[in-house]
Write a protein that binds this ligand. Structure first.
Ligand code: PMP
Length: 284
């Protein structure tokens, strides 16, 4: 694979980042994951806007303009021959030369790393036909989940809890309400309504979430942005998650209880289809 490090396109075996990099020592970094379908980037502008926001929230310099980011992403897609897959982008506060809790001076250049993952048939995942099963676990993450930091240890622990339970993912619960999935936003469907938690510092502002809510009307659905409980999810007609890599994924079971018929319903596949159609049209 060809990876990108601070302006250079290199074989992955030749790429180097300092052991003093604050991304490595402090998880002082942010990231974005953009899907590639048919060689084109899905919702690229959305990811760029969120990257910029993450930088601002952490007083970090965004090292590139949207046009520059686009050129780098396209170069990575081309050099790695990606038809369907992902581009991972990470910006850390760089290497101040020593370990210190205080941020280094702004003269310290951020470390920019990109790599790709090829995922043939990404949009035709068999899981979209059968749906995911999830468990609920306490949300024990920090309080700024709106910033897309590389501090992903608790989400990893959550994914392992799901794996041990023999299911696909975990939904975080805080004060009795679902916040989101380990790496996705969570939704339930009741009648003609889609219910999903409102935006706040407690969840990541999903790029896919924004798009899907825009397209809800096209699926004759109304949107209610409010918190819901696991009991409400168990009593829902359908449920799903969204993320840039899973798109719109049905959820058919929570904590061992079937949601609706316990099979993939009608609303969620329709939303997935609309999302993929529209986003493919707008891909760059
Ligand atoms: N919530 C969390 C905690 C996530 O990690 C992700 C994926 N990065 C999402 C939601 C979904 O965001 P997006 O649709 O932008 O991928």
């Amino acid at each position: 694979r060809t990876v990108y490090v601070n302006g250079d396109y290199l074989p992955e075996t030749e790429a180097r980042v300092s052991v003093f990099d604050r991304g490595f020592l402090m998880a002082d970094g942010i990231y974005e994951v953009t899907s590639v379908l048919d060689g084109k980037l899905i919702d690229f502008a959305g990811h760029c806007v969120r990257l910029d926001r993450s930088c601002r929230e952490l007083d970090m310099k965004n090292p590139h303009s949207q046009d520059e980011w686009l050129a780098i992403h396209r170069e990575m897609v081309a050099r790695n021959g990606i038809t369907d897959g992902l581009v991972y982008l990470q910006v850390t506060r760089g290497n101040p030369g020593d370990r210190d809790f205080a941020y280094p001076s702004v003269d310290v250049e951020p470390t920019v790393v990109l790599f790709t993952q090829s995922k043939p048939g990404l949009a035709d995942s068999p899981a979209a036909k059968t749906g995911w099963r999830v468990i609920s676990i306490p949300d024990e993450r920090w309080g700024r989940r709106d910033i897309k930091t590389v501090q992903l240890l608790y989400p990893s622990m959550g994914k392992m809890m799901a794996k041990k339970a023999g299911v696909d993912d975990a939904w975080f619960v805080e004060d009795g309400f679902v916040t989101e999935g380990t790496s996705n936003n969570a939704y339930i469907v009741k009648g003609n309504r889609i219910v999903t938690r409102a935006l706040s510092n407690n969840i990541l502002h999903g790029i896919t979430r924004a798009a899907v809510l825009r397209f809800a009307a096209e699926a004759q659905m109304e949107v209610e942005e409010r918190s819901f409980t696991i009991d409400e999810a168990k009593a829902a007609d359908e449920a799903f998650i969204t993320s840039a890599s899973a798109f719109v994924m049905p959820v058919i079971e929570v904590d061992g209880a079937a949601i609706g018929s316990g099979k993939v319903g009608n609303v969620v596949p329709r939303l997935r289809e609309i999302y993929l159609d529209e986003m493919r049209k707008a891909a760059v």
